[in-house]
Design a binder for this molecule. Sequence first.
Ligand code: ADP
Ligand code: MG
Length: 225
Amino acid sequence: MTLTLDDVTLTYPDGDGRVVALDAVTLDVPAGSLTAVVGPSGSGKSSLLAVAATLVTPERGRVVVDGADTASLSRAGKAALRRERIGIVFQQPNLLPALTAAEQLQVMAHLSGRSAAQVRERAVELLDTVGLADQAGRRPHQLSGGQRQRVNIARALMNEPSVLLVDEPTSALDHERGAGVLDLLVTLTRARGTATVLVTHDHTHLDRMDRTVSMADGRLTVPVG
Ligand code: ADP
Ligand code: MG
């Protein structure tokens, strides 16, 4: 139940040449631990998450999720892996305006073989876990920014992922609400045993993470000690 990136290199076309988004990146994230990724804009943080999520295929290196080398998977295999094993939380919650908080979660489980009642029960339980038990029937416009981001996180956990990938979840939140969301991610990582990667520009809570790594120009630096 881990995530491993092994010597991953990713480039994008850039004019006549190519820009190196990830330069021989190696990262091992054990189950139940949270690795924070910091670094300036354009340093490759989102690219690292995209590769880990199997949304982008690197030209070199391996991405291993739960022991499975993702290079051997077909497109459909990768889609299934994402659905079943990987929870993704983007910067903006992208909730569907017409759906209640509980329904945002329920639509994630359409292929899981569970009954509608089981799915509903799980959605309500997860909303309770993120502190929104009494908001299950509310639509996005009735929720605060912090509450919407909590729905976003709960939605990513709906299919019990082993890997949780989170990109700058607090960028639209004030300091206090941001701190609450980071706290929640640490708690969920421990309780659910996910291998969590958190991209953040918020340096005030890094002491709560298991480890912090830095990106610069596509290269990842692991601090010594
Ligand atoms: P960060 O998340 O740290 O801001 P990114 O991973 O988004 O960094 O970007 C890393 C580098 O790759 C940057 O130079 C960026 O311009 C480039 N890049 C990212 N996505 C694309 C893309 N889809 N096409 C071309 N270049 C890209
Ligand atoms: Mg980014």
